[in-house]
Design a protein around this ligand. Structure first.
Ligand SMILES: [Fe+2]
Length: 397
């Protein structure tokens, strides 16, 4: 379902975290399970590397709704939620599912204000930067914001949901995420820990294809041509940027060449960054995309930098999650719902198991080498963060 209405898509608080598409965000709602589970998606990204950001709404047996990982409460989004409320009852619980994902945290207070009857449950170890501020100082409603009990049996929705919290101390803050299991639908909800990169651009990203076409070009001198081939090519490159920041198969151009190309670019609009396009994709870049698409993955930044900070905790958490009998996963980014199961989930985390005899089960022969080459920039980043004392060495656990 989609509504194209500029006023309803306005997002006035965009400047708090200035990510694309800034002050105008489209929302689409999809029913995942009839009269029971819905996902709401908006586009989101940096420098036109645009992927979906998602919240999930689940109907409670007793009536009312549970919201996992809110998105920007634009008029359009709120209207789509209120349509569900009119039929299934009001939102009772809002789950703030992460402590580190600023791109999710930023939407929780404004979303909660639009639904004044809901209680907000946050994962523990919340933090703010640069100053450590209480949640109420960053907009969380004081009298209805609580922390999720560490033991899921003590939560008010324990009859229908189990959960396990992953909480990693990163020195300057923490990485926390709650994985929730909706028992009756056998659905696993996660935020950032696992993803599935789809082959084709998702519907929400295609609503405004400009970022896809921007990245589909070879040089600044190319026209922005809207066709299926360019949308696909642009999407696959966007995925590589979003996951690796600087994939191995791009070169940057010299300043001189950048300016010459910009002067000769057919489109020098502000939207097209005045014709500036500093990348050159090397031939064979598609192999990098093929190595990561259509499989349950832990994002490279988590695999290389964050999760190794507490390998035992991560493994323990992944093992606990794998005890649930889920048949689909709904993450907050990329594809959803993902048809998957506990075995695949466990496999996605074998990289962290030092005792595993085959730690890279998910990567067919050769793909792991491609992955490692692409993740090189993140590994350099990690070394610099350790040197600056911002991150711990993985072996310090
Ligand atoms: Fe995220």
């Amino acid at each position: 379902m989609s509504i194209n209405n500029k006023k309803e898509q306005k997002w006035g608080w965009w400047f708090l975290l200035p990510l694309y598409p800034y002050n105008r965000r489209a929302t689409i709602r999809k029913e995942v399970l009839k009269d029971q589970i819905w996902i709401f998606e908006q586009p989101h990204g940096l420098l036109y590397a645009v992927v979906p950001i998602r919240m999930t709404v689940i109907k409670l047996e007793e009536g009312g709704l549970l919201v996992y990982c809110p998105i920007a409460p634009t008029q359009e989004c709120v209207k789509l939620v209120k349509e569900l409320e009119a039929t299934h009852g009001k939102i009772k619980y809002i789950i703030h599912s992460t402590s580190s994902g600023l791109e999710h945290k930023i939407f929780v207070p404004p979303f909660a204000r639009r639904f004044p009857h809901a209680e907000i449950y946050c994962v523990p170890s919340q933090w703010t930067f640069p100053l450590r501020l209480p949640l109420s100082w960053v907009g969380f409603p004081l009298h209805r914001t609580k922390f999720l009990p560490v033991d899921w049996r003590e939560s008010p929705f324990a009859k229908e949901f189990e959960y396990h919290i992953l909480d990693i101390d990163l020195t300057q803050g923490s990485f926390s995420e709650v994985a929730m299991y909706h028992k009756s639908s056998r659905t696993l909800l996660v935020t950032d820990t696992v993803i599935n990169v789809p082959e084709k651009p998702p519907e929400i990203v295609q609503q405004n294809p400009f970022p896809l076409l921007f990245h589909a070009r070879e040089t600044a001198r190319d026209e922005l041509m809207d066709n299926e081939f360019n949308r696909l090519k642009g999407w696959q490159r966007i995925c590589l940027f979003a996951l690796y920041f600087r994939p191995s198969m791009i070169d940057t151009v010299s300043i001189k060449q950048l300016i010459i190309d910009a002067i000769n670019a057919p489109n020098r609009s502000r939207r097209n960054y005045f014709g500036l396009f500093p990348f050159r994709w090397l031939s064979g870049w598609q192999l990098s995309f093929l190595a990561i698409r259509n499989r349950l993955l832990v994002a490279p930044i988590l695999e290389s930098l964050i999760l190794p900070q507490a390998s035992k905790k991560v493994l323990n958490w992944a093992n606990l999650v794998s005890l649930w009998n889920f048949e689909q996963i709904i993450p907050a980014h990329f594809d959803a719902p993902i048809k998957s199961n506990a075995l695949e989930f466990k496999k996605a985390f074998t990289f962290i198991d030092k005792n595993s005899t085959n730690p890279y089960l998910l990567y067919p022969s050769g793909d792991r080498q491609i992955y490692l080459k692409d993740a090189n920039f993140i590994q350099i980043l990690e070394k610099n963060l350790i040197r600056l004392g911002i991150a711990k060495h993985p072996n310090c656990e």
